[in-house]
Structures are given as C-alpha cells and as structure tokens.
Design a protein around this ligand. Structure first.
Ligand code: NAD
Ligand code: USQ
Length: 404
C-alpha cells in the first residue's frame, strides 16, 4: 500500500536505515507523526565515529532507546528499533522478514567526504560499508519483499562540477548521429562521493535485472536542525555537527559565527553546491514514498532547493550575524580538498517540486533562528574541533587516529 499526504501514512510500513542519524531521525519522526508504521534500523556507528575521533554534536542527543521511548510518550506513536549492521546479511534479512517494509528509506552510510579521506583504512571502510550495505538491501528486496520500494539517499556530489547543466540523473546524448538517454556522467571528489556513484550503478542494474523499484535522491548539502517533531521535547533533539570532519558548510559557518571563530571559507570560495533545509529533506522523503517508482524503474531526483557558493553563504551568515551583534569575520583558509574553486554550476531540481514540494528557502529569518539556536548551545562548542581536519593530498596508508 502507498499513502498520499492527504490520506496520511496509515498502513504504510517504512523501514528507515540510518534512522539514528541527522536526516534519518528527523525523517523517522516526520513519518511516524503522519501515521506511517516506522522501523528504525541503525548500528550506531555514527556515534562510534565521534567517540573514536573525539568529536561531539553541538546539541546533547539522547540514546536511540530513550529517543523512541520519549517519542511514544509525546506522540502516542510506536517506532520499532532494530540495532545492527546492514552489511551483516543475517541481521538485515531478519529485520526485513520481521518488519515486511513497503518502502525502505536508506540513509545508513558513512557520509562524510573528509572522513573517507583520513587514511586508507577509512577510505576502504567507507566504500565497503556503503556499497556492501546497499547491495545487501537490494538482495533483501529481491529475495524477501520484491514489491518493496527503495528510496536511496544519493548525493549531488555524484555529478561533480561539469561545465554543462546538470540534469536529474540522465542525459540525452547524440553521438556520431545516434541518440540515447544515458546515466549522467559521474565525477566524485572523494572516496565517499565515489561510493554513492557505485551504489547508483548497482541500483540501476538491479532495477533492470530484477525489476527492483528504486528512487535515487541526489541530495545537496542539508542545513538546519529544527523540525516540528524533533523540537517537541529536549530528548528528541537532533544532532548538529560542526567539526571539521562531519560538519557541513552552512551549519559550520553558523556555529563559527556564534562563537566568534572566523568563517572557514576553503580556498577561493567559488565552490557552488545545492542546499536544502532539513524540513525539506523530510518532506522530500515523504513525497518519494507517497509516489513510488514502478517495478523496474530507477528514478533519480535532485533533492535541493537553492544553489549557493561558499562565499555567498559566508556573506549571508556574516550579514545576519552582525545584525544580531556577533562579530563575524571571514577567512579564506588554504583548501584542504582537491576541487574546482571557480566553476560553472547549473543543476536542475524540478521533479520534487512538480510532485508538491514547497521549499523553505534560506531567508534571513531562517539564518537568524539558526544563529540563535547555535548561540543557545555555544558553551558546548569545542573550538579545537572547528579547524579543517583532513587534507586530500595527504591521505596515506598509515592509520590516522586524528589524535591531538
Ligand atoms: P548521519 O551520519 O548523521 O546518519 C547516518 C546513519 O546511518 C548513522 O546513524 C549511522 O550510525 C547509520 N549507519 C551507517 N552505516 C550503517 C550500517 N552499515 N548499518 C546500519 N546503520 C548504519 O548522516 P546524515 O547526515 O543523516 O546523512 C544521511 C544520508 O543522507 C547519507 O546517506 C548521506 O550520504 C546522505 N546525504 C546527507 C547530506 C547532509 O548534508 N547531511 C547531504 C546529502 C546526502
Ligand atoms: N567548505 C568550506 N568550508 C567549510 C566546509 C566546507 O569552504 O568549513 C566547502 C567545501 O570545500 C565544499 C563545500 O563547502 O566545496 C561543501 O562541503 P560540505 O562539507 O558542506 O559538503 P560535502 O563534503 O560535499 O558533503 C555533504 C555531506 C554529504 C553529502 C554532500 C552533498 O556530508 O553526505 O553527500 O554534502 S553534496 O555536496 O551536494 O555532494
């Protein structure tokens, strides 16, 4: 069964892999609040990365068990929990058989580009974890629930920064007089981004070979932290990464402004990316679930609402921060990554809007409330975690524990 936004999600069973993470937790609550039957699958490795590398979220987050207990108390809705690794077939197949999902929303990957570039071991872990995990999900669908729709989180970074417009997944090419519609060329800029490309290739093949129904959501960089449900109680609060490994551009700049740290623009700052508010992430997932792909179809949507350069973001945060009395300065630091710093960028993003997405755009009011949020938690900020931490040119075979 599928559900429409108007009928609510009642009866629709959605497994959320990576449901303890930043996007997954917000999505689990969003869908549960709307009547979908939600099961969170997560092996908590994201929390382990923080413990291992000495990082921490800006916000104090409760354990996953306390989170779902509190959610039941606040909402009267029950979220089931399966703690385990999707790379472990024994575990994943049992989770599938017992929950019988109509949709699997797959957020459960190692998602940091810098983490994947720390050393050989973490590059290999990232690609093994992500590619094997997704392969297992594809096998689980084929063998255990062939009509289950896969909603997979990809990334805009699969496309890289080509000197032509970026389409939604496919490009029609005429070559030597013949025309075909082909997967859009992929050019990842980290072992993490490359893992997503490998996933997309495996998905496309299994859609053809096994008639899997899949939606690949090439998401841009997410910002924000508040959603209606995660703000309903302090125990439901979402994670907020600001460190040099897991923190993403706009979320980092906001925290930097709140604590008086110069905004860390890498290199020339002309790097342009697609961005979206986390309140739109959760809506996009609901839209993909409510309008599933057909069997054998591999749909690709570009999931972002606006594009900005890093310089533009720094300028916006600086302007709004100064209005709130914060002393914000921008600093161009040497770019630790290997990427184009001045480039053409024009990416299509109309398909989710056509299905009903009403974007929350990055208005001044959004930046203000995010800045106020960061100021509220600024005593928890550890300044030493802010600096860019991983240099793409130095990724080596020696195990790097990122110790002080
Ligand atoms: P996150 O690290 O906060 O959450 C990922 C969750 O998946 C974690 O809770 C982790 O424990 C779990 N996980 C990882 N490997 C697993 C495994 N093998 N088995 C079970 N659970 C596993 O990441 P996020 O920011 O919420 O991102 C979620 C997804 O969205 C990722 O696939 C990411 O690539 C994609 N995405 C994120 C952003 C962003 O800006 N945060 C942007 C575009 C795409
Ligand atoms: N950047 C800075 N200063 C910073 C942090 C980042 O200038 O302090 C720059 C980076 O060099 C890069 C851009 O901002 O050019 C984006 O970096 P990011 O860390 O915000 O995002 P990225 O590494 O691409 O990864 C994040 C998520 C990832 C997701 C991706 C979407 O961690 O899971 O796939 O955003 S996208 O960028 O569209 O590929």
């Amino acid at each position: 069964p599928t559900a429409t936004a108007s009928s609510g999600g009642a009866g629709t069973r959605v497994m959320i892999i990576g449901g303890d993470g930043y996007c997954g937790w917000a999505t689990a609550l969003h869908l549960s609040a709307r009547g979908y039957e939600v099961c969170i699958v997560d092996n908590l490795c994201r929390r382990q990365f923080d413990l291992t590398l000495g990082l921490d979220t800006l916000t104090p987050i409760a354990t996953i068990h306390d989170r779902v207990r509190k959610w039941a108390e606040v909402s009267g809705k029950y979220i089931s929990l399966q703690i385990g690794d999707i790379c472990d077939w024994e575990f994943l197949s049992q989770a599938f058989t017992s929950f019988q999902p109509d949709h699997v929303v797959h957020f459960g990957e190692q998602r940091s580009a810098p983490y994947s570039m720390i050393d050989r071991q973490k590059a290999v872990f990232t690609q093994t974890n992500n590619v094997v995990g997704t392969l297992n999900v594809l096998f689980a669908i084929k063998e255990l629930k062939p009509d289950c729709h896969l909603v997979k989180l990809g990334t805009m970074g699969e496309y890289g920064t080509p000197n032509i417009d970026i389409e939604e997944g496919y490009l029609t090419v005429t070559h030597n007089g013949r025309t075909d519609t082909l997967p859009y060329p992929k050019q990842g800029n980290s072992f993490y981004h490359l893992s997503k490309i490998h996933d997309s290739t495996n998905m496309l093949f299994t859609c053809k070979a096994w008639k899997v129904a899949a939606t690949d959501l090439n998401q841009g960089v997410v910002y924000g932290v508040r959603t209606e449900e995660t703000m309903a109680d302090p125990l439901l609060i979402n994670r907020y990464d600001y460190d040099g490994i897991f923190g993403t551009a706009l979320n980092r700049f906001v925290v930097q402004a709140a604590v008086g740290h110069p905004l860390t623009v890498y290199g020339k700052g002309g790097q342009t990316r697609g961005f979206l508010d986390i309140r739109d992430t959760v809506r996009c997932i609901q839209i993909a679930v409510d309008n599933p792909a057909a069997r054998g179809e591999m749909r690709v949507y570009n999931q972002f609402t606006e594009q900005f350069s890093v310089n533009q973001l720094a300028e916006i945060v600086g302007r709004e921060g100064r209005k709130l009395g914060l002393d914000v300065v921008v600093q161009n630091v040497p770019n630790p990554r290997v990427e184009a710093e001045e480039h053409y960028y024009n990416a299509k993003h109309t398909k989710l809007v056509e299905l009903g997405l009403q974007p929350h755009l990055l208005a001044d009011s959004m930046i203000d409330s995010l800045l106020e949020f960061a100021v509220q938690y600024r005593d928890r900020v550890r300044m030493e975690l802010i600096k860019p931490a991983v240099d793409w040119r130095k990724t080596g075979v020696k195990v790097n524990t990122m110790g002080a």
